[in-house]
Write a protein that binds this ligand. Structure first.
Ligand SMILES: [Zn+2]
Ligand SMILES: [Zn+2]
Length: 353
């Protein structure tokens, strides 16, 4: 994207509704999205896009609600499919997620590997395998940070009550092995990283009707900020295309906005006559100036090819001149708490490889 100035849209992905195992109606979700000041919500129910057929996909005043699908059955990997027009259903128990990922692409959609680190909670009879088909060329990106999976990874039978009451105590950032895998994959091709909720807002019995991980609470937390080259219009198809293109290209960052509002965070590269933003891929020129700006003082880490390149404490800016190709991305922390994760700027030695 040849532009430093852009329009920022804040929203949440991977939201379950009454169309599968979530507790909220579209009306409820839109209400909470408005309260949280979100610009967009992408819902994704298990193995259906009925909400789309029911006309839920549209502007609801100033909130753009879009309908994706979480494809997968119990005991298989899951894929967060976006931009598809027909439901894609896993056909049998020996089902291979790669088939669905390919169908998503054939339908003109795209998507993200959901909870790639798997989940194994015997006490809750929950087992989802670790995703292991990383060479598959058809997925667009990965859920790097997930509210639900931070929570469920930290919970056991002894601490579950504590984490019901204080769910935020479980939010401790993307798993290190997933960040490592992401860095590794980005060496070969662009892979968009996103932050998601995987929220169901279920009611728990039996003592009281207690809702945990509510829409209200989670909508304030892990959000994906999209950086668009033009303004969203009232036209659904145009706006949808703009947001989807940004997600595909990796023109976005994700952050835990409960820590602090990350709106205004920027990571860009200054070339002789243009700019690159996060997500852009470019043949490494002689030199490039990388610029990071955060809306509040934080610990900024510039990562190159998976390794710490420069770190700056308690600062709102980091600038550096680089002369070597590499995949550069940024992390920012406040009080040692994970806050912002950018998508990379890919400065390649050679664009053909
Ligand atoms: Zn899932
Ligand atoms: Zn889910």
């Amino acid at each position: 994207m040849d532009k430093q100035e852009c329009y920022e849209y804040v929203g949440v992905l991977h939201v379950h509704t009454k169309y599968s195992d979530g507790s909220g109606s579209i009306k409820k979700i839109v209400k909470e999205a408005k309260k949280a000041g979100l610009d967009y919500v992408i819902i994704s129910d298990h193995n259906n896009i009925i909400a789309k057929k029911d006309g839920a996909e549209r502007w609801h005043d100033n909130v753009l609600l879009l309908v994706g699908e979480e494809i997968g059955i119990k005991r298989t990997e899951h894929y967060l499919a976006i931009g598809i027009d027909e439901t894609i259903e896993p056909d049998n128990d020996d089902y291979d997620i790669r088939k669905s990922i390919e169908i998503v692409k054939l339908q003109g959609g795209f998507g993200f590997i959901a909870h790639p680190y798997g989940i194994n909670k015997k006490q809750f009879k929950l087992k989802i395998p670790v995703y292991d088909y990383w060479d598959d060329p058809n997925y667009t990106g990965i859920e790097i940070w997930s509210y639900m999976h931070d929570w469920s990874h930290n919970v056991n039978l002894f601490n579950i009550f504590y984490y019901y009451i204080y769910p935020r105590k479980a939010i401790d950032g993307p798993p290190k092995d997933i960040l490592k895998k992401w860095d590794e994959l980005c060496q070969k091709r662009r892979v968009t990283g996103i932050g998601v909720l995987d929220v169901h807002a279920k009611y728990i019995f039996p003592f009281v009707m207690f809702q945990f991980l509510s829409y209200r609470r989670t909508f304030q937390s892990i959000r994906t900020h999209i950086l668009a080259s033009s303004k969203l219009s009232s036209n659904l198809e145009e706006s949808k295309k703009l947001l989807y293109d940004c997600l595909k290209e990796g023109y976005c960052f994700f952050a835990d906005d409960y820590i602090a509002d990350s709106r205004g965070f920027r990571f860009y590269a200054i070339l002789d006559d243009s700019h690159l933003i996060m997500g852009d891929e470019y043949k490494m020129p002689e030199k490039v100036n990388l610029v990071v700006k955060t809306p509040l003082p934080s610990k900024i880490t510039l990562i190159k090819d998976g390794k710490i390149f420069i770190e700056k404490d308690d600062s709102c800016t980091l600038t550096t001149e680089v002369t070597n190709s590499g995949v550069y991305r940024v992390e920012a922390k406040i009080d040692n708490k994970p806050w912002i994760y950018s998508n990379p700027i890919y400065l390649r030695e050679n664009l053909d490889t």
